[in-house]
Design a protein around this ligand. Structure first.
Ligand code: SF4
Length: 217
């Protein structure tokens, strides 16, 4: 299991979870939209400003995600939770934060024996030693949502890679993770609210089989 250093103090949690804007009309985004934006900022524009959805491949991923969810419900993954010193768990937890302007369903919220909470996210992919930035930021967003709603510290999160046998990776959050997650959310909201055409992805290879390549100038 991958282990990293955390540099977050208790006062940091108070700052990270503080609420400084809150309105009923505030649009909210999901961690999936954050992942799409990190893949290419223009996805945010095409999907949210022009209402042009992605194609089948995305639906395939959603269906795979549903299958995984059903499989997880049937599979006994309690031994995994025990290994993580989990004393209680909540499954498929819907959480929204008006201050963060993010909403989503967390696969599991684990209550750990040290009094902290942790999100666990199941991915239908194989485990690798490398942690994808998208997985890390998604987990950090879940952590922020949990901290705000439960008013308890969240120091680490877990990603369970289901393909090839439910392997778990631990992410020890840093302040940088939370700041980056919040900055990305603000960047997305700016595109949606101002409707400007954002920069291209820095990875030109992504354009080759992109469903928007014919309309993306
Ligand atoms: S064609 Fe390239 S820049 Fe345009 S949306 Fe697709 S990935 Fe992004």
């Amino acid at each position: 299991m991958e282990r990293e250093e955390s540099n977050i103090t208790k006062s940091d949690y108070d700052i990270l979870t503080c609420t400084d804007f809150d309105t009923e009309t505030t649009p909210m985004i999901t961690p999936s939209e954050v992942i799409e934006h990190l893949y290419c900022p223009r996805f945010t524009f095409f999907i949210n400003c022009l209402n042009i959805p992605q194609h089948e491949e995305q639906r395939y991923k959603v269906l795979k995600g549903r299958e995984l969810h059903e499989k997880r419900e049937k599979t006994n993954v309690d031994y995994l939770r025990k290994r993580l010193n989990c004393v209680d768990k909540e499954i498929s937890v819907y959480i929204a934060s008006k201050s963060l302007r993010v909403r989503g369903v967390i696969d599991e919220v684990l209550h750990l024996s040290d009094g902290t909470l942790s999100p666990i996210d199941y991915k239908y992919t194989e485990y690798t030693d490398f942690t994808f930035q998208t997985h890390r930021i998604q987990s950090a967003l879940y952590a922020l949502l949990i901290m705000e709603n439960y008013r308890k510290p969240v120091k680490r999160g877990y990603i369970c890679y289901a393909r090839g046998g439910f392997k778990v990776k631990e992410i020890l959050y840093t302040k940088k993770d939370f700041c980056y997650a919040k900055d990305t959310v603000n960047e997305i909201l700016e595109v949606i609210e101002k409707g400007y055409f954002p920069k291209k992805t820095g990875w030109q290879l992504r354009c080759i089989d992109c469903c928007y390549r014919n309309i993306c100038v």
